[in-house]
Write a protein that binds this ligand. Structure first.
Ligand code: COI
Length: 355
């Protein structure tokens, strides 16, 4: 994809919202840093990205994103170590994935330069928004929306790529219990489940609301055909521990190829934890919960890192998981975070410094 991004124009914010931000009390995704990146695609090419104060953007009501949801996004995090150095975690995976999502949604690929140079300039400008301390990060949300002013149902000719940043702590504030989906589906074969397409998430809101009404935080999506196999947990990939064995579903065109998921798999292999990537049936997990073989379920994702799931519901029955000392969820979360915060050796070359 041709691009014209060699210079990034920077317009600095007049003041900063930093002083008015309580970093000890952050709900996920509600506060945004002082600046944002904006880059338009017109006449068949990406224009030079601009960094400007975080604020409203102007779109006409006919912009295609409002009508057809032609939009993709990514989720990433920046971490600050004790020396004040800034790190990203496997950012090239997000770059590859946003372009996979773009392709599936008939959107133009974003150039490496706009994605990386733009993001790094933005992070350098807003570096004070990245707080030190284990658990603090700056959540980075790159996204692309269709901006052509036209309601014909065809791919847009104009797009806007943006990056906004939000200081973050934990994604889930309370305990997480999930409901196994018996009726609703997140994705189907041949669909867009593997893409980080905005509509994938909107489609989850209603079934998740129903699950919340009955006391569950999230849904574990089952395959659309039979609802017999467990695939993804809400906005996370999902792992099951049977005895000492870890099991997760293989990625396919229904399941997001999560960066944290593949990092957990690599760590499991490094630490000789038996990990099986195969279909996991509802029947197998319900039976294992009853006979005591099921030790843990946990979700993985950028926003949440690793979240233990304390119990699940299926066909009006509720199952609680045992409280265990040697939790894999805790082990992987700690290993991952120590790499992310530059507190452990980075054997896999996952850290990327923003200089
Ligand atoms: C992420 O983990 O970055 C996600 O995509 C979850 C998001 C929908 C909050």
């Amino acid at each position: 994809m041709k691009s014209n991004t060699s210079t990034i124009k920077i317009e600095k914010a007049q003041g900063s919202k930093l002083e008015n931000t309580n970093f000890n009390k952050l709900a996920f995704g509600e506060v945004f840093s002082d600046h944002m990146l904006e880059c338009d695609f017109v006449d068949g090419q990406w224009q030079a990205p601009k960094i400007k104060p975080y604020g409203p953007i102007e779109l006409l009501p006919s912009a295609k994103v409002f009508h057809y949801g032609q939009a993709v996004f990514e989720g990433m995090k920046a971490f600050k170590d004790e020396d004040g150095r800034i790190w990203l975690f496997r950012p090239e995976e997000n770059f590859k994935r946003i372009n996979k999502s773009n392709e599936r949604m008939a959107m133009p690929a974003i150039s490496e330069e706009a994605f990386f140079t733009g993001m790094e300039e933005l992070l350098k400008l807003d570096r004070d928004w990245i707080q030190k301390g284990f658990g603090n990060s700056l959540y980075i949300r790159p996204f692309i929306i269709a901006t052509e002013e036209c309601v014909s149902a065809s791919p847009s000719k104009k797009y806007k790529f943006m990056i906004i940043c939000s200081p973050a702590q934990a994604y889930y504030s309370g305990e997480v219990r999930v409901q196994f989906s018996e009726k609703y589906s997140r994705a189907a074969d041949g669909g867009v489940g593997f893409a980080k397409a905005a509509g994938n998430y909107a489609a989850q809101f209603y079934p998740t609301k129903l699950a919340k009404d009955t006391g569950f935080e999230q849904i574990i999506w089952t395959d659309a055909k039979s609802h017999e196999y467990l695939e993804e947990a809400g906005t996370m990939n999902v792992f099951f521990r049977l005895g000492d064995k870890l099991i997760t579903a293989p990625t396919n065109d229904r399941i997001l190829d999560g960066v944290t998921r593949k990092s957990v798999i690599s760590l499991a292999e490094e630490f000789n934890i038996d990990v099986e990537i195969r279909r996991v049936s509802v029947k197998e997990i319900v039976e294992a919960a009853i006979n005591g073989e099921l030790k843990e379920i946990f979700g993985s994702g950028t926003a949440t890192v690793v979240t233990p799931i304390l119990g699940f519901g299926y066909k009006n029955e509720k199952y609680e998981l045992p409280k265990i000392e040697d939790s894999y969820a805790k082990f992987f979360k700690d290993k991952l975070m120590k790499i992310q915060y530059n507190q452990a050796e980075d054997k896999f070359g996952w850290r990327h410094e923003v200089k």
